[in-house]
Design a protein around this ligand. Structure first.
Ligand SMILES: NC(=O)c1ccc[n+]([C@@H]2O[C@H](COP(=O)([O-])OP(=O)(O)OC[C@H]3O[C@@H](n4cnc5c(N)ncnc54)[C@H](OP(=O)(O)O)[C@@H]3O)[C@@H](O)[C@H]2O)c1
Length: 287
């Protein structure tokens, strides 16, 4: 497997992590609901990721729910000293698998305790507040009330660092009047670059930006330019999409998701892929 040190490093919360990490959402069952069809494959993906040097795993207790965190614990506990597990709160699952807001003080407190129990941790490294004003995209509105609850949980010693997910630049600014923001996790990839200005602003402030759907999520990234560059480099489209993100800004941390040990290997190998200036220009202009 490739040396993922080539991805570089960046500060996330209390620690420096490799810029190529792993997103655990795909380990739950279909539609991120219930257990996986192949539990052993899920445990293998987690162990392979850490063996390959991954030291940043993204998760949530609402994946499954509970399932993904329980798999992480079963596969990796006791955790390596350098592993940073980032979780998120602010949503819950309905009995039918729907994704619902869960941002009351009681729900957030319960979610933090659920994460602590299922991950078997005394304190959570980084907790992202997932804003659900609009489930699919950042939407304006005050985030003061839920953030106040998370800040209290942080003061109680249950959370080390607070991050934000699915937020607008105005909400990041609002949060920064209340807490120190460790990272922002919004949708972004080579095709969907709505957050370009926010990424640059966070880079200026040395705050990590962690794009979700780095490979396009439910709609895998694709374009003739991506295919062409991949062919030139003897790489896959997914690897080029990840390599482009690594080049896009030094504060971008990657958490590509997969339930497959083969895809994991392919994704981690993107750390060693070097884009030429010509490749980069073509890729920058593909949208
Ligand atoms: N904050 C939020 O609101 C939010 C939302 C969504 C996700 N997330 C986080 O972001 C992480 C990444 O997002 P994601 O997993 O939804 O999307 P993603 O990383 O963009 O793509 C995952 C999809 O791509 C497939 N895939 C992965 N590697 C591949 C490869 N090499 N070749 C072909 N297909 C490949 C996966 O299927 P296989 O399993 O078959 O490989 C899966 O269907 C998640 O794991 C989660 O931790 C956060």
């Amino acid at each position: 497997m490739s040396d993922i040190h080539h991805s570089g490093e960046y500060v996330l919360g209390s620690r420096t992590v490799k810029r190529l990490g792993y997103g655990a959402m795909q380990l739950a069952g279909p539609d991120v609901f219930g257990p996986p069809a192949d539990k052993n494959a899920a445990l293998t993906v987690l162990r392979d990721a850490v063996s390959a040097g991954v030291n940043h795993i993204d998760t949530s207790d609402f994946y499954g729910p509970h399932i993904t965190n329980q798999l992480i614990c079963e596969a990796l506990y006791p955790y390596p000293d350098d592993l940073t597990i980032v979780t998120k709160v602010g949503a819950r699952r309905g009995n039918d698998g729907s994704w619902l807001p869960a941002a009351s003080a009681q729900e957030l407190t319960q979610a933090v305790h659920d994460n602590l129990r299922n991950l078997r941790l005394p304190v959570l490294d980084v907790v992202n507040l997932r804003i659900m004003i609009d489930r699919y995209a950042p939407a304006e509105g005050s985030i003061e009330a839920p953030l106040k609850t998370l800040a209290q949980l942080q003061q109680q010693g249950l959370i080390r660092h607070i991050g934000l997910s699915n937020v607008t630049p105005a909400q990041v600014a609002q949060a920064q009047t209340m807490v120190s923001v460790a990272c922002v996790q919004n949708m972004y990839n080579i095709i969907n670059r709505r957050d370009d200005a926010l990424i640059d602003e966070l880079a200026r402030q040395q705050i990590a930006y962690v794009p979700y759907f780095p490979l396009g999520g439910l709609t895998p990234v694709q374009s003739t330019t991506l295919q062409k560059v991949a062919k030139t480099l003897g790489a896959t489209v997914m690897q080029v999409a990840l390599a482009w993100l690594l080049r896009r800004a030094a504060n971008i941390l990657l958490i590509p998701g997969t339930s497959s040990p083969e895809h994991l290997r392919e994704n981690l190998n993107a750390a060693s892929l070097t884009l030429t200036d010509e490749n980069l220009e073509e890729l920058n202009n593909l949208i």
